[in-house]
Design a protein around this ligand. Sequence first.
Ligand code: GDP
Length: 296
Amino acid sequence: MLDALTQRLSSVVKTLRGHARLTEENIQEALREVRLALLDADAGLPVVKEFVARVKEKALGQEVVGSLTPGQALVGVVNAELVNLMGGVGEGLNLAQQPPAIVLLAGLQGAGKTTSAGKLARLLTKTTKKKVLLVSTDVYRPAAIDQLATLAKTLEVDLFPSDPSQKPVSIAANALDWAKKHYYDVLIVDTAGRLAIDEAMMAEVKAIHAALNPVETLFVVDAMQGQDAVNVAKAFSEALPLTGVVLTKLDGDSRGGAALSVRHVTGKPIKFVGVSEKLDGLEAFHPDRMASRILG
Ligand code: GDP
């Protein structure tokens, strides 16, 4: 991840030894390391600036109590602010409504939408015993429809069939009808993505959203995209009333900064992280665990 922030901090933290209080002067070097580590991790300058300012504000004047060294006290502040930045407590899916609960997945092509649709279906059927229906509205790429069909088959989860000759909005509406009539608990809707954001794509996903009024609208984003992820997140959160984020490919060579800035940019919680290509590679996101991982 961030190359263990603690490791980077540890040498400067030692210089804080013997101080009874954290002051502007004695934490300067440590804050510089925090700033560099986060920038290296591709967290994005505005987020990093705000983060460092907040750590500084919270740390200054902190009396070092008990067995804590000033360094440990500072690391404690950094940890608390990392958790805060990533959204505080972990939030799961909100499925507490009249079934079927609709989960809409949106994001760029290759972000991991279809894989995440399958992974979510698996989680919901295996762990919470929900009756799940999957549907793809990606009429532009027959391969995407086939991919979801294959996943559904592997998982033994029902799939509402779709065909490239149909309109995405009517596929979605028909799938919802079917889900209602057949008492599904959850309808997971996979949407088309493009390689870059374009107006037609946004208009289409907005129309699907309007037709379905989903309880969960999840933005799926590839953690490896770094700063690009932040820009894409901004565009999607302006176009759709997102309820959360699925951050995929955290197992990859990602520098992790996306986890820090996506929440900041969208204002929405990361609900799940993708940690492998396999169908069991989706985990609930816990800001506190992620913060400990970052801190090492
Ligand atoms: P979509 O175009 O958004 O539907 O993206 P796909 O679901 O087809 O995923 C694109 C590629 O990313 C596929 O090769 C997936 O196996 C891979 N992928 C998706 N999620 C993850 C993840 O969490 N970890 C890894 N390593 N690969 C992933």
